[in-house]
Design a binder for this molecule. Sequence first.
Ligand code: DHB
Ligand code: FE
Length: 284
Amino acid sequence: MARITAGVGSSHVPLLGVAVDQGKTGDDYFGPIFKGYEWTKAWEKAEKPDVVILVYNDHASAFDMKIVPTFAIGCGERYKPADEGWGPRPVPDVEGHPDLAWHIAQSLILDEFDMTIINEMDVDHGLTVPLSMMFGQPEKWPVKVVPLAVNVVTYPVPSGNRCWALGEAIRRAVESFPEDLNVQIWGTGGMSHQLQGPRAGLLNREWDNRFMDQLVGNTDAARWIPHIEYLRETGSEGIEMVMWLIMRGALGKETRCLHRHYHIPCSNTAIGHLVLEPVEPEAA
Ligand code: DHB
Ligand code: FE
């Protein structure tokens, strides 16, 4: 049986991809950010997941106003890094896991989550930057990836509760896949940030940390945070954090925190990441 063994929440700031690609991860500005990921990189090396279900949002790279899927799952064999204006990042192609992805799609759709199925798309910083943060610069990514794209760019975006429930359904889907696979789920985006308008540059350390607190243990309080609170407290792009709730929902009732890191500023944002493992009921 396939199992979700851990969850990672992480910002996916594009500037961090630039820092990796240009060899600047140790400088004064980026050093403290990348230091926070060292524990996680070593942990990933030891954990050796087979597959990552990578929850992210596309930033007008694969989708635009012509098509706005609320929840989309990548069922393709492979995905190329998108050209976001400066040419594609010099990172390996992302290898998919079509058998697992189609199984998840079927399970979710029969579980009444009407996913959009994507067989061909390029993947942008929302997906490739977290891979760089966790795995550095390998010749080939050491995991297969099932991309799960969420619309957090154009309103109406899905509610936190719906995202959490999708995570719960993903767990049921993975656990009904017969092959033994070590599967992680990552939720990316955030943390507080606003990229435009009079409040551009808004950061909220207290709120971000409270959000991370609420993903640990057995509370589900975060699933009920309304959109307006993300907007007011974390800026217009803070809504990306609903994607962390898909990850959290997939870990079951209770989680334990293995690692946590938060740093301000990073580009225009607050950067945070959190490594969680599910606490199984019999061990609780
Ligand atoms: C930026 C863009 C993002 O998509 C994000 O999640 C955080 C920061 C940026 O342009 O700085
Ligand atoms: Fe983003």
